[in-house]
Design a protein around this ligand. Sequence first.
Ligand code: FES
Length: 331
Amino acid sequence: MAHKVTVQPSGHIFEAEPSETLLQAGLRAGLNLRHSCASGSCGECRARLLDGEIAPLSHFDYRFSELEKRQRWFLTCCCHAAGDIRIEAPESGSAAEIPEQQVRARVSRMELLQEQVMQLTVRAPRSGGLQFLAGQGAMLQFEGIRPQTLPIASCPCDSIQLRFHLRRRAGDPFSEFVFERLRKGQELLLQGPYGDFTLDEESTRPLVLIAWETGFAAVSSLIDHAIQKDVNRSIDLYWLSAIPHGHYLSNYCRAWRDVLDDFRYHSIDLEPVGEERMDDVIERVVRVHSLLADHDYYLALPGAALDWARTLLDEADVPDAQIRINLLPHP
Ligand code: FES
């Protein structure tokens, strides 16, 4: 039977099964509980038990002082709830609160999502994943190749296995390396997280997400996070692509309709595959939504399109605080 966990000082509440650690349960519920190694050695997930009982679920090396033990400090990554509990635990509320980290990892999976888009799954050791917020990115460094920062497509509830989408680009050494020479098992250094393309959790405004091609990775992480947190906001997702079969996870988008009450997915083919021009689409989207209501805008677009979107949003008097930007490499 699941137990109720109340977190102070935020007041957040989540349910934890006896078979999972409090950290796993909290992350699954979309909370940004502070942590690093997730294996009982670094102490980053320290929390204090205010009411109720917990029990250890796995071994840990981190040592508490006698005073800390009497004060009921424990590690959320190694303990589970033995009943309803109240704990005091730090949560990262904004991107600025998450420290930059460096993590050695390996490529564990390479999947062509369509001819020109590769999904890379990168696995960090169990002793230390990468903590991040939904919508952030990380820099991937392979030896001898100029590093590149990519949006993280997966959800922060898993800091060990991270997914990235990469578009093949002629003349880009990083993409040529990934598509032509990279093999499963290759080591790399992950550095980050970077960016503030994160959900404003205080806002209740409807969300307008505009993603161009692999910018979809960042918005998919945001939507998965919103689902986990049970965020009940209106969401319009516009996915723009100029390559054949460019909406490479359309089924995934359609599945969101089943779990989100107020979600619309707009799949838009740009020239030369379709007939639309990127600037015209952005203009239409901004004009329609700015007339209808006060929205939060998340733009994962290349530079010129971003400038155009910013001009239109300024003209529509949308405050800067309601606009998040993820700059993508130019086509
Ligand atoms: S001890 Fe490192 S995250 Fe728990």
